[in-house]
Ligand binder design. Structure first.
Ligand code: BGC
Length: 511
């Protein structure tokens, strides 16, 4: 087929172009934004269980923890709100930041948001690493949150816009891959620093490294053609499109983008816009996907793995090692989604992952119930502990090839240009809100719901799996600016999305 023409077979309109080294490198650099989020997710749980850190900043917590020994049951050992509030403050900051990031991403471009995200994170990590009082610690943490909010809002959008449709899933999942690598590296660093006197400073300060990598990297990145057109730089957009697709004639795709942009330009208030009936499906998914992602209970494992394993009777070192194991499984399993997401589609991963998580959660709940009952007294034999570790790893693997990456991919690809920034900001805000909520109440829930906590998450996994089966259309291989089509060919959404919102026909727009 001649360059620049397209085939339109059902939902899969295809433009010519190659997968260029340029687009791969660009996406690799941008995906590093995930490192910041992942590093923080992985580092915090370990640092807040380091004694010198607690003695310095949370002496009351430390004292209470020491006094408590032997007096409380296993489920309630680590229930402390002040400490979880410190941990969670980052997520509230990220939530707020995502709304500012939405405006930055739209008005100044995706690349500016990524750079700012890196910068906030850098200052935050330095303040934390050098903290001499609680104020420095908290302000640093808020800045880290701003960094996460900016990156998580802009990076997935950047990746989805840069990628050719047929490998958009794989490239976008580079972001989740970096999150998992960040978590693993953080676990390993904590493992090493937990034995040092001021190890927590290293753990917190090393966050500056990925931040510098992202700041420097984003200076060299170009912006996406979609964003360049959105900001009136048509020539630059066309050149970028030629570069990332590796062909001269990109006219059809370019005109599609220009059309998308014309529609977007009429929108003065993206937030008011996204609430219109014709965007109901996008808004629904940008809110429910992150909500469900967090209600899988993944962060109970990621965040509290050292505490959880300790609670379940693993020794102190063994518990850190176990979190390294789950961290490793998380990285490896993410590859599975990279390899399969564009071949078999998003839905099958959601469904398989959901069923596997459900089985693992029920098995974990039953094992803990049988051993600890409601009294919380008891411990596992090493065989039982290994079996439990197996179920937890299988749960992490299932998440890592389903709700983990798809929680960032799907919201970033289903929104048309005019609502993309707002849609992604909603995704980040809801994600952060529920990361916060779960971080905040998990230990109290464990204390009160006991093994029932695992059944609580299992119930949500069942609901979300059915929800995806019924309501999510497949978005594999659909051009990002052609996404509106998928709703109208879906049995349910076709009744909601008005016909008047017809696909944008290739216009006569000139360059
Ligand atoms: C989620 C995080 C989670 C991580 C685990 C991400 O997609 O948003 O909350 O900790 O995956 O890998």
């Amino acid at each position: 087929m001649a360059g620049g023409t397209f085939v339109d077979s059902g939902n899969a309109k295809q433009f010519d172009g190659k997968v260029t080294a340029f687009v791969l490198v660009t996406c690799f650099v941008a995906a590093m934004g995930g490192l910041l989020f992942g590093y923080d997710l992985g580092i915090t749980g370990g640092v807040t269980s380091m004694e010198p850190f607690l003695i310095k900043f949370f002496p009351r917590v430390y004292k209470q923890m020491k006094d408590d020994t032997g007096h409380r049951n296993q489920y309630c050992k680590f229930d402390n709100e002040l400490l979880t509030l410190f941990t969670s403050s980052l997520y509230i900051a990220a939530l707020v930041a995502s709304f500012f990031a939405s405006a930055t991403t739209r008005v100044l471009g995706r690349k500016s948001s990524m750079f700012m995200g890196g910068l906030f994170f850098l200052v935050g990590a330095l303040l934390n690493g050098f903290a001499i009082n609680i104020e420095m610690l908290i302000i640093g943490r808020i800045l880290l949150g701003f960094g996460v909010g900016y990156c998580n809002q802009s990076v997935p959008v950047y990746l989805s816009e840069m990628a050719p449709a047929n490998i958009r899933g794989a490239l976008n999942i580079g972001f989740q891959m970096m999150i998992t690598i960040g978590i693993l590296v953080a676990n390993l660093i904590n493992y090493g620093t937990s034995k040092l006197e001021n190890g927590w400073r290293i753990s917190l300060g090393v966050g500056a490294v990925p931040a510098i990598m992202l700041c420097v990297g984003s200076l060299f990145l170009g912006d996406t053609p979609n964003s360049l057109i959105e900001r009136g730089q048509r020539e630059a957009a066309k050149t970028m499109l030629q570069k990332i697709r590796g062909i001269e004639n990109v006219d059809e795709e370019f005109l599609d983008l220009v059309d998308a942009c014309e529609a977007a330009k009429e929108v003065q208030h993206p937030w008011r816009n996204i609430t219109q009936p014709k965007y109901r499906p996008q808004l629904t998914f940008c809110i429910l996907i992150p909500f469900f992602q967090q209600l899988t209970g993944i962060n109970v494992v990621m965040f509290y793995a050292p505490v959880l394993f300790k609670t379940l009777g693993f020794g102190s070192n063994a518990s850190l090692m176990s979190s390294v194991i789950t961290g490793g499984v998380n990285v490896v399993a993410t590859f599975v989604s990279i390899l399969t997401v564009d071949k078999f589609g998003r839905k099958i991963l959601f469904l398989e992952g959901g069923i596997q998580m459900l089985i693992c959660q029920i098995a974990t709940g039953v094992m803990i119930a049988m051993k600890f009952g409601v009294s919380g007294e008891g411990s596992f034999s090493s065989g039982e502990a290994n079996l439990l570790l197996f179920f937890i790893c299988a749960f992490v693997a299932a998440f890592a090839w389903s709700w983990g990456p798809l929680g960032w991919l799907v919201p970033s690809e289903i929104c048309s240009l005019e609502i993309r920034s707002a849609g992604q900001a909603s995704n980040v805000a809801v994600n952060m809100l529920f990361t916060f909520a779960i971080a905040q109440i998990f230990l109290a829930m464990l204390c009160h719901l006991k093994f029932g906590l695992f059944f609580f998450f299992a119930a949500f996994v069942l609901i979300m799996t059915i929800f995806v089966a019924l309501f999510l259309p497949e978005t594999r291989n659909v051009q990002i600016e052609e996404m509106q089509k998928v709703w109208r060919s879906h049995w349910f959404w076709t009744n909601i999305v008005p016909d008047a919102d017809d696909d944008r026909k290739p216009s006569k727009a000139q360059t």
